[in-house]
Design a protein around this ligand. Structure first.
Ligand code: HEM
Length: 467
């Protein structure tokens, strides 16, 4: 068998470079109605071809002024060096705040700072390492569940999401959620599919009292989330915890407001419970679904990954070092390059200034899109081709830091990045050790963007036992 590291690009069974499913970008900017339709149905298809070639595109659409930034130096300025020139934009808040309130993802200023400081210990390397055995156990439990479906077709993203929720319920919220994880998954999916669609009325600046269909349809989900919060808090109050049993919920309840010096408000505690469950299960489940899909396209990489997990896992999970899964990590990183679970980081410019030689006016929406950036012709060789070799240790260091942003960067970088990488590595290793996944015949893979980037209609795959 050819070694893909030597061959340069992964090849499919017909020996063509493996091109992953993606909507074709329009050849030129779309008119107002077409653009509104695309943003509502699949914003991934809104960016014209030249966005994937130019470092910065500044433009004016009927919806407002925007700058799409794909220049790594300019991105560093936005997210790190000059981040105080920007704030999270209104559209993002409109989509997220109904469910996530003023939690860590959606807050700003001193409210954000005190939350970030208070939660950091729950995501220290030590805290994450302490979750390793639970993550392995949950990965094994998922493998056992999938074994029941041998030689049948399942939606792997559904099973992965369920497993991620189970893991959160035993790590960050170690007393569980008091609800079946599937109920939360259904409510979150409903929220993404309804409130998560960009409403043309919002883009056109219609007043808030004009009814929006998405908001109406997301109501059942919004009524369900407080029940989860109540159950989680009720369980914690009824349970005496020893000092060393500190999980994320303990840090959340112990956090102090910078303004009052007292505990966070009930609303902020609730907002963070939903934020961490919501942010913590969907994104890793999607990243792994894409990784499994990509592997099913390429026998060379499939063999390579199988060889690695078979070798490492024979030692028994208690002796495993996560660093040994070099190929799994490269696969995950390449999957998040092609399908970044968070496909847009958007900010509002607070001042007139110059960025990468371009004039950015106050109130311009500045967009950094990992979807566009990770497929940008100036940053990547054959960007649309699946090739994990880019992330193997020999080449990983050649990728500019701000050309690859699955977890964002700067002060607002994903707090759960290391947690997610460890959990995804354990889960993929356990699954690939036992199963082979093949795309279900006739299943059309289509990435869509609804707050997160997900496979439309799930990822239907045939699961067959390897051993
Ligand atoms: C593959 C998995 C994940 C991906 C790709 C991902 C991606 C991201 C990105 C890109 C951001 C920055 C957003 C911005 O700058 O506007 C972010 C922020 C955040 N993520 Fe993640 N995330 C993942 C997993 C997780 C997990 C497992 C958790 C928690 C358990 C989590 C919790 C958060 C929170 C709370 C923030 C807001 C941080 C802040 O603003 O200070 N994420 N994530």
């Amino acid at each position: 068998m050819d070694d893909p590291c030597v061959r340069g690009f992964a090849l499919d069974r017909d020996r063509r470079p493996v091109r992953a499913a993606a909507p074709l970008p329009p050849s030129r900017p779309q008119g107002l109605f077409r653009l509104l339709w695309t943003l509502n149905t699949n914003p991934l298809a809104a960016w014209p071809a030249h966005h994937y070639e130019e470092p910065i595109v500044v433009g004016q659409t009927p919806l407002g002024r925007f700058a799409m930034v794909s220049d790594p130096d300019a991105i560093r300025k936005i997210l790190v060096e000059e981040e105080c020139n920007y704030r999270k934009d209104d559209l993002q808040n409109l989509l997220l705040k109904p469910a996530l309130g003023n939690g860590l993802l959606t807050s700003s200023g001193s409210a954000w700072r005190c939350q970030r400081r208070a939660f950091a210990p729950a995501f220290s390397m030590r805290a994450i390492a302490s979750h390793a055995s639970v993550m392995w156990m949950e990965a094994e439990a998922l493998a056992l569940r999938l074994a029941r479906y041998n030689d049948t077709i399942v939606d792997v993203s559904e099973h992965l999401a369920h497993s991620m929720l189970d893991t959160l319920a035993r790590t960050l919220f170690s007393d569980g959620f008091g609800h079946n994880p599937d109920d939360f998954r259904h409510a979150a999916t409903r929220y993404f599919e309804t409130q998560g669609r960009i409403d043309p009325l919002d883009l056109l600046g219609a007043p808030a009292w004009v009814p929006r269909l998405g908001r109406f349809l997301s109501r059942p989900a919004l009524e369900f989330f407080p029940k989860v919060v109540a159950a989680i808090l009720a369980d914690r109050r009824g349970c005496l915890r020893s000092d060393d049993a500190t999980d994320f919920l303990d840090h959340l309840l112990a956090a102090r407001s910078e303004e009052t010096g007292g505990p966070l408000s009930k609303e902020d505690i609730a907002a963070n419970i939903i934020t961490f469950i919501g942010a913590g299960f969907e994104t890793p489940a999607n990243a792994m679904s894409w990784a499994i899909y990509l592997l099913s396209l390429d026998d060379g990489w499939r063999c390579k990954v199988e060889r690695e997990v078979d070798t490492v896992l024979t030692k028994g999970s208690e002796n495993i070092l996560f660093e040994e899964f070099v190929t799994i990590r490269a696969l995950l990183e390449e999957a998040m390059r092609l399908y970044p679970p968070v496909a847009i980081l958007s900010r509002l410019a607070l001042t007139d200034h110059i960025l990468g030689g371009r004039e950015i006016k106050k109130n311009t929406t500045v967009i950094i899109s990992p979807w566009v950036l990770h497929r940008h012709r100036r940053q990547w060789n054959q960007p649309e081709c699946f090739d994990p070799v880019r992330f193997m240790p020999k080449y990983r260091g050649t990728i500019p830091r701000y050309a690859y942003l699955p977890f964002g960067a700067g002060p607002r970088v994903c707090i759960g990045a290391a947690y997610a990488m460890q959990q995804m590595t354990a889960t993929l290793a356990a699954l690939i050790h036992r199963f082979r996944f093949d795309l279900a015949p006739g299943h059309k893979v289509r990435p869509v963007h609804r707050i997160t980037l997900r496979p439309e209609g799930g990822m239907r795959m045939r699961v067959s036992r390897r051993r």
